[in-house]
Design a protein around this ligand. Structure first.
Ligand code: ZN
Ligand code: ZN
Length: 433
């Protein structure tokens, strides 16, 4: 473990000359930040004279709440050749994340308290927080609800059958009634599976040209519409995973106006790449939901700007080279995302002026923390110190061979991005990259 070697337990630390980013605003004044007993003690002008702990001069690097990725696949248990909790958390650190939420589509599925306890136990000494998401139904099969209360007590922060939707609306309603009592959200992978049993990409002119079976945007939109209906009737919180079409964003925008408790997330690949990427990047452009059209990409950007899209997450989906280097039709879905997300956000959203730096950071910190009720995501005096420190200006070139993830399935190889993670503080641990 190259990176974890340099993690140190430090209770008392002073960061000087930080450019502090709070969720809504960016302090252009140099600020100092003190941590004591693993808690955030003070932000302001603080003299290092007489300070008894470690002092780190940040020379105007950006300091923000620790980044949280609320949608990852860590593959353990069952897929350890793709990723483990440890390598996934190393990958998270390299990307600037102090918290990740693994989806339950492991083998076996995270559908019982024992597996949630296993995930918590495997990660208990790590710098990165692992906040597991439990399955809505047993074995994610869509038939029998899991023991949701016991799963929350074991540490689950939300429920999802990700990889699949909860197909039956009646089951979803029961799940939402339980989730409401437990005050946790249901996270839906919105895909009506009746549109195509074996699709490979977005249905449209490109799929016709390439001769690949497609799935229409409608397959996502009908499920988003249904989920909003069920959320409205139950009063529960629904979070739409990996939103990808213009109409789906419009549905969420309208539902929010009507007071439905709906939130949603977008992945960098869905606000950057279009279906044309399939011809260029091959199986590293195969994901679920598929890459869509330019009109959809534009709607993602607009949704991020007007706040309809609450969160930026990655859907980090590691697959081995052997699994991905096959015919397009049989390749598995998904790409790794943890180590390129911050760079893509800074280069593609902040640099062109689509979002301010604090707006972008808010969607990777405060918003996911709010949705999941995590005591994270903000710089709260007296609260647990969870920090990401980075250089937003530093230019680098993506080299997948340098990834800490076990897998290298990315379409962004060779891209020039901005960002450099300088260090992370979380759970009383300090890591300088
Ligand atoms: Zn999914
Ligand atoms: Zn996923």
């Amino acid at each position: 473990m190259g990176s974890t070697d340099s993690i140190k337990r430090i209770d008392k630390i002073l960061f000087t000359n930080a450019r502090v980013i709070e969720a809504e605003k960016l302090s252009e004044q140099k600020q100092d930040v003190v941590i004591e007993d693993g808690k955030l003690k003070e932000i302001g002008k603080i003299s290092s004279a007489g300070f008894s702990g470690k002092v780190v001069d940040l020379h105007r690097l950006a300091l923000c709440p620790g980044l949280i990725d609320m949608h990852v696949h860590l593959r353990e248990p069952g897929g350890e050749h793709k990723e483990t909790i440890e390598t996934g958390c190393d990958s998270a650190m390299a990307g600037g994340f102090t918290g990740v939420c693994p989806m339950p589509n492991t083998t076996p599925a995270a559908d019982n308290p024992k597996i949630i306890e296993f995930l918590k136990n495997q990660s208990k000494d790590l710098l990165v927080d692992v906040f597991p998401i439990a399955a809505v139904t047993k074995d994610r099969a869509g038939a029998v609800l899991t023991e949701m209360k016991a799963l929350v007590q074991a540490g689950a922060v939300a429920f999802s059958d990700d990889g699949a939707p909860v197909t039956k609306a009646g089951i979803l309603r029961s799940a939402m009634q339980n989730a409401k009592k437990l005050d946790v959200p249901i996270i839906e992978h919105c895909e009506d599976k009746s549109f195509s049993g074996n699709w490979a990409m977005n249905e449209g002119v490109v799929s016709m040209r390439l001769g690949l079976p497609g799935i229409p945007g409608m397959a996502e939109e009908v499920m988003v519409a249904r989920d909003i209906q069920v959320a409205e009737c139950t009063g529960a919180k629904i979070h739409i995973a990996h939103i990808s079409t213009a109409k789906a964003v419009a549905l969420v925008r309208q539902a929010k106006k009507q007071g439905v408790q709906v939130t949603c997330e977008v992945m960098p690949h869905h606000f950057i790449l279009t279906e044309e990427a399939v011809a260029k990047y091959g199986t590293n452009a195969k994901m679920s939901p598929p890459l869509r059209t330019q009109e959809d990409v534009d709607a993602m950007l607009k949704g991020l700007q007007d706040g309809t899209i609450d969160v930026i997450a990655t859907d980090h989906a590691p697959h081995s080279q052997k699994e991905k280097e096959v015919e397009f039709m049989i390749a598995p879905m998904g790409i790794v995302g943890l180590e390129t997300a911050l760079g893509l956000v800074l280069s593609r959203l902040v640099e062109p002026g689509l979002l301010t730096l604090p707006q972008a950071i808010c969607r990777m910190t405060k918003k996911p923390a709010e949705i999941l009720n995590l005591e994270r995501g903000e710089l709260k005096i007296g609260g647990p110190a969870s920090l990401t420190i980075f250089d937003p200006e530093h230019e680098w070139t993506v080299d997948k061979r340098q990834f800490k993830s076990k897998s290298q399935n990315t379409p962004f190889q060779g891209w020039n991005l901005k960002s450099r993670v300088f260090g992370l503080y979380n759970n009383g641990l300090w890591w300088q990259a």
